[in-house]
Design a protein around this ligand. Structure first.
Ligand SMILES: [Zn+2]
Length: 44
């Protein structure tokens, strides 16, 4: 049986922000474990 692309993405672990628990978009994974919002907030 061929695994569908939907099942493939389901197996990927959902990344969440370590600050607020917001789901992190794939495009921001290089920044670490914080969402875009918290990344800007944490810059004091
Ligand atoms: Zn956050």
């Amino acid at each position: 049986m061929i695994q569908s692309s939907v099942e493939f993405f389901k197996n990927l672990p959902a990344k969440q922000c370590s600050e607020c628990g917001e789901k992190i978009e794939e495009q921001h994974e290089c920044y670490g474990s914080k969402c875009d919002h918290c990344l800007h907030v944490s810059v004091n």
